[in-house]
Design a protein around this ligand. Sequence first.
Ligand code: SAM
Length: 592
Amino acid sequence: MEFKILDLFCGAGGFSYGLDKNKNFKTVLGLDYDTNAINTFNKNIEGAVGIVGDITDEKVKKHIVEKSKKLGVNMIIGGPPCQGFSLKGKQLGLDDPRNFLFLEYIKIVSEIKPEVFIIENVRNLLNASDGYFLNQIKEKFTKIGYILNTGFINAKDFGVPQNRERAIIIGSLSRSVPLPTGKSNEIITVRDAISDLWYLNSGEGLDASDYINKPQSEYQSMLRGEKVYNHKATNHSDLALEKLKMVPPEGDKSSIPVELHGKQKFATTWSRLKWDEVSPTIDTRFDTPSNGRNSHPVLHRAITPREAARIQSFDDDFIFTGPKTSVCRQIGNAVPPLMAKAIGETISNAYMDKRVEKEDYSAYLADSFVFVKELKKNNIKVNHIITDPPYNISKDNNFTTMSSPRKGVDFGDWDKKFDLFGWIKDYVEILDKNGSIIIFCSYLYISYIIDELKEVGIDVKDVLVWKKSNPMPRNINRRYVQDMEFAIWGVKKGAKWAFNKPNNVPYLRSVFETSLVSGKEKTEHPTQKSLKLMKEIIEIHTNKKDLILDPFMGSASTGVASLELGRKFIGIESEHKYFQIAIKRLENSRGE
Ligand code: SAM
């Protein structure tokens, strides 16, 4: 899918610039009431039209809506500036007059009805007034048909050399889109970002004023020279320089002897960036040393706009135009392009076709915690949930006391830090009133899962036991052989559940004895369940034509068993490799 973007409150255009790095996105329209920012936007966001205007002006709003429709806008981005998060105990949220821009944003979204919108804002947006504001936002957008995914992300996890935590709301009409996760252990430092720039003294350098009136093509050709623009140091006052010199390299005010603090001398924060760390959040006044923690690590000056722009992850050919205070504001207010790019990647991944929908089965490559919102929005109901989620038992260990030590239990990252309970409530909501839910789990967590099931209104009926006829012996001189796994079976209160006891047996025991999967049936999935086991369970607990859901399908043993027994199936799997195995197996399975 190709996204055409309207960037509201676009400023210099960092959000658009980052998204446009992905070929599936193209910003076509921007709106801001700051003329300098729009000049920058128009110079840098190729092919887009930036309009100067106030969104609260009805004429401007009408123009934007009409133009968006004409240009085929199907995505809106931008964070409405808002401040009314708390008013001394009053929970006003959207009713706080200072949040009127948020309401305008919602109105525009409901008129244009884009497939996707993204709101980026300060952290407080999501947790103000104990989530009251967020709940109001959720209510308004779900009413007009959007699936919402919300959370916090930090720019430093996406290759931005800056600690900048933001609240993100992604609204989407047909697919549920997760927030990007990033890599918290791979940071880019201040040194990586700015140490190769000229070492300027106060007042030295080159700003962009020479280029303001040049057409884009001309100034871009000028850029191919060696010069870096917007790299001009503020001309600090003598007093400011005197104070800056007292702050040691990479140090802060606290490292200055108290007697030197003097009368009012260091009334505010004076500190420097540290070479081998990320920068604190860049705000709109990074060029004022008394304001900030952003002064140069070793030179006696505030960082230049170009240094700040690099810390915001802008490329050097993105040139900011306008007076210095405006340039600083444009940079400080921007969404870091690399963070925007990462958000774009999760959106394009969610819209890439990784789903197979056939008459009797559907399979989705998705995170089931996120995908469930799509199922709910489409009012999908399933007859049963039979699933074998990660057990959360993988860890790196070595049984060194064994005569032939082997690697410990480690199925992969998907089995570590898995949220064992977080998915249950949402999925129970889409379970039919007479349906069964059967969850495989480790003996370690049986009671916790039962507690969670009870919490969401499930009547736990029994625990099924899978007895392995050929268990894997491990550590045999010190422990029992682990030859059993368990599955918890429950139904909704008042359900008329299926229980197909064969006529030729007086009763059924809850023990299923089968061997570990082997031979031709075995795939690359490390915890694949055998078809024999799954078929026995499915035959007892479900009827022909019933729809069975497995949100953690792995290689789709539940799915293949369902299809072979004349049931229908929906499966979700988040790992590409297993999804491929699953769709191949489902494709080849023959119904009864
Ligand atoms: N019963 C399956 C079989 O026979 O092949 C094995 C299921 S395995 C125990 C659990 C599966 O859940 C893994 O394949 C893992 O990749 C998947 N998984 C983990 N977290 C997930 C998530 N959030 N969304 C979807 N699948 C997930």
